[in-house]
Write a protein that binds this ligand. Sequence first.
Ligand SMILES: Cc1ncc(COP(=O)(O)O)c(C=O)c1O
Length: 362
Amino acid sequence: MIPLSALPTPALLVDLDRLERNIAAMAGAFAAAGVALRPHIKTSKCWEVARRQLDAGAIGFTCSTAAEVAWLQSRGVGDLLWAHIPIGPRKVAFVVDSIAQHGGGLTVSLDSVEAARPLSAAAVTAGVTVPFVLEINTGHARLGVEPASAVATATAIAALPGLRLRGVLTHEGHISVLASRPDLEQAGAAAGTLLVSVADALRAAGLPVEVVSVGSTPGATSAPFVPGITEGRPGTYVYFDGNQTRLGSCSLDQCAQTVLARVASVQRAGRPIIDAGIKAMSSDTIAAAGGVGVVLDRADVTFPEANEEHGFLSDGGEVPLAVGDLVRLVPNHACGTTNMWSHLYAVRGDVAVERWEISARY
Ligand SMILES: Cc1ncc(COP(=O)(O)O)c(C=O)c1O
């Protein structure tokens, strides 16, 4: 039990009351709708968080890297979706070895015959079957086949030996650019509806589709609840962040992740310098309207700029911050901030109660 004032700064904090509420609320909404919850692990990369999500009913996790997959397998999690194309010999070998070693438990994502062929060849050589979902572009235009090509691509990949089609997946990340929450809700539902129509087309072509998977935090109140969707993969919801407050996914008092920092210098009036910069916050702004993060409990103070180890606050001079003052900063993007740190402090109120490891970073 360490009071915040005695922690080293900068420090990464997670508020346990908020974390527990975020986990329970998302798990409750999914359970009530009968939709499986497969959170993205990249937001926390922390077993103590993951364990709480599993205890609340998560069926397993979505992963973005091989390191996340290997780490969760080492913790005994038996249902993982690697939502990233396993391209190149090392990733192909990793998938095949991991399925051979664990007897399954891993599904990968594919969107082309070209990426599928080496995986098929390696699976045949190893004598294993690799389950996959076909990624569909519902508007984000990152990975994913166009809906009109889905049947042809799924048929071609499913015909390759050593691979087994399980269904379809989309990441409705494009809805984050929409300014109004009703527009965003509508776009999330539209992405879900489009994915369900692709799933139906695959079934009509005689292909097996058991998984129809959407995933994002801004879309977590719309896309998963379209009839025909079987699972949702929100990740950021576990902490929320500055971007999600701007998108209306949460309020600031639901944000569980903060960076604790101290004012180190106030040589220039109105411009306090803190001991947390880009290496504490990450430079990931995504939807942020400028700024490095949100200053908690001081709506009059902004965080417009940072160097690596220094942050530049702006306090307007009315209630000036003083050297030694503590500030708590809500990152713009929780997942990017997590990847900057090797451990975090779990806090209740103003006391750090535990120190948790962050795993599987780059
Ligand atoms: C494939 C995939 N699924 C799910 C998610 C989770 O989305 P969010 O971070 O909005 O919760 C992401 C996030 O980038 C993703 O890329």
